[in-house]
Design a protein around this ligand. Structure first.
Ligand code: FAD
Length: 483
């Protein structure tokens, strides 16, 4: 099947309805439920972009197996030019939402591509697993499926987790093996886009103690979201059913995060990629370079998000007539620096990309790793800057009903600012509020802080991969100098 349209994506969610819980309600159709349908429609728009005549060549490429045009985020890049094509494609998707749909499907498509290219890594666990991961990648690419994923065991007792030992009562684990597959029981967090996905990739969390008693918790597999026994428990939706002008982000980009429960879920053997090998699980992301390809998608999202925040900040400053204050320049310059740093990291990652041991053109990791380590600090600060530039403006945002009421005349008179009429001002500051004050905005900050993992451990990973020895040697040599 060629790259899907939005309508085909939505139909797929309806046809293969997963077990989704929102409060006390079992959601039967996520595409029509008021709390989820507009988020689903935005993801559908991403799929439609693959068919826009002006974008088609930048969004798709020719499948090596069928000759169909398939989504470009599935490409196995062999050259720097192909990597840059993937960048352009991912930027198109990221810019559609100003980076607010962090979990556009490219995030997992690039990861799956890397896993399949590194199939021999999985063969170390069992020869069949290499074939499984290759077949699965081809299946997802040719059907243009939308994936969510879960890597982490729920917070139960982190003192225990710190020793590399998951909670035996809570964490998802293998409880049985049959001739058909392995049976999983327990919970995982936190499947962003889970209720809006066709399939879930359950990949290893990378902090298990390599010992016999953690083997049951060590696995990688992927199954359809509607597999019997699999349940998504949603948080409260931040789409409150308000109009896009009132709630510009929450009404469009609710990608939903869900706890995942495995109630004796049967995973067929052909969908198992790793089993009962904590040591291999712990290195899977790094060894296959899947994590680097994900960083590539993430830095594109960071660029789109930094561009969006900078644009909002500049519009606010213009509207209020605050363009001449030096402290305003300082704050805007900080946002510009953040954006340019992200762009520089992307360029460096592309420019120093090289063919890896799996034959894939892999971005250079250090600059992308730097980007994923500093953006969680940059983003909350940029949100703070929006608050500092807007101050009470973010509260002077009467709802649409007020603009259609007898009080509208007062609003038109008193909410007009230096360079913007009242109604346009309210619309702009509603957007700033949805970035910086609403529940949707708060979740975006939390997302940036944690979605790629615990920031402390991300720093340790950067410390671990960075070639420090040449620098240390240079200093040793300096210390040895006598003149
Ligand atoms: C909005 C959002 C969306 C997400 N989406 C996804 C997703 O789609 N898929 C997915 O798999 N995950 C997702 N995550 C989960 C994310 O991977 C985790 O939040 C992250 O790995 C941190 O784990 P945790 O939340 O369990 O926090 P914890 O690990 O419990 O950490 C809590 C605090 O304790 C500290 N801590 C805990 N253990 C240690 C230790 N051993 N050493 C030092 N400090 C420690 C941490 O530094 C932190 O300050 C998402 C998270 C958020 C917030």
């Amino acid at each position: 099947m060629p790259a899907r349209t939005g309508a085909q994506y939505l139909q797929g969610l309806k046809d293969r309805s997963a077990e989704v819980w929102l409060g006390n309600e079992r959601v039967r159709d996520v595409t029509s439920h008021p709390a989820l349908r507009r988020g689903a429609r935005s993801v559908a728009h991403l799929y439609d972009m693959q068919h826009e005549s002006a974008l088609r060549d930048e969004m798709t490429y020719v499948s090596p197996t069928t000759g169909n045009r398939v989504g470009l985020s599935f490409i196995t890049p062999r050259t720097q030019e192909e990597l840059q094509r993937r960048t352009r494609m991912m930027l198109h998707w990221a810019r559609f939402s100003g980076g607010m749909l962090g979990r556009s499907p490219d995030y997992l498509n690039v990861s799956l591509m890397a896993s399949a290219a590194a199939a021999e890594f999985y063969a170390q666990n069992h020869p069949r697993h290499a074939e499984n991961v290759r077949n699965y990648y081809t299946y997802v690419r040719e059907n243009d499926l939308c994936l969510t994923h879960t890597l982490v065991n729920p917070q139960a007792n982190r003192a225990l987790t710190a020793t590399g030992q998951p909670s035996a009562e809570v964490a998802a684990r293998i409880v049985k093996e049959t001739d058909k597959g392995m049976v999983i029981r327990g919970a995982r967090i936190l499947a962003t886009l889970g209720p809006l996905s066709d399939e879930i990739a359950v990949f290893p969390s990378t902090v298990l103690k390599a010992a016999a008693d953690t083997a049951a918790f060590a696995f990688a597999f992927a199954i359809p979201s509607n597999t019997p026994g699999l349940k998504y428990i949603c948080r409260e939706s931040f789409d409150y059913g308000r109009s896009p002008s009132e709630h510009p982000l929450g009404s469009r980009f609710e990608e939903m995060d869900a706890i995942v429960i495995f109630d004796d879920v049967l995973v067929p053997w052909e969908r198992v990629f790793l089993k009962a090998d904590p040591a291999l699980c712990n290195i899977a992301y790094a060894e296959t370079n899947a994590v680097v390809h994900m960083m590539h998608q993430v830095v594109c999202k960071n660029i789109a998000k930094a561009e969006f925040i900078l644009g909002v900040a500049c519009l606010i400053v213009d509207a209020l007539g605050a363009t001449e204050f030096p402290h305003v320049h300082e704050k805007i310059a900080e946002c510009i620096s953040n954006l340019e740093l992200m762009k520089a990291c992307l360029r460096a990652g592309e420019a120093d990309a090289a063919i890896d041991r799996w034959g894939v053109m892999c971005p250079h990791r250090p600059p992308l790793d730097v980007a994923r380590n500093i953006f969680p600090k940059m983003y909350p600060r940029m949100v703070e800057i929006l608050q500092l530039l807007s101050s009470s403006g973010m509260m002077m945002i009467p709802p649409q009903s007020a603009l259609e009421s007898p009080i509208a005349e007062d609003i038109d008179q008193y909410l007009t600012v230096a360079n913007m009429q009242a109604r346009d001002r309210v619309k702009l500051f509603r957007l700033a509020w949805d970035i910086a004050c609403s529940a949707f905005g708060g979740r975006q900050i939390l997302y940036e802080r944690f979605f790629f993992g615990d920031p402390v451990r991300m720093s340790s990973a950067l410390y671990g991969i960075y070639p420090k020895e040449p620098l240390m040697e240079r200093v040793r040599e300096f210390l040895r100098r006598e003149e």
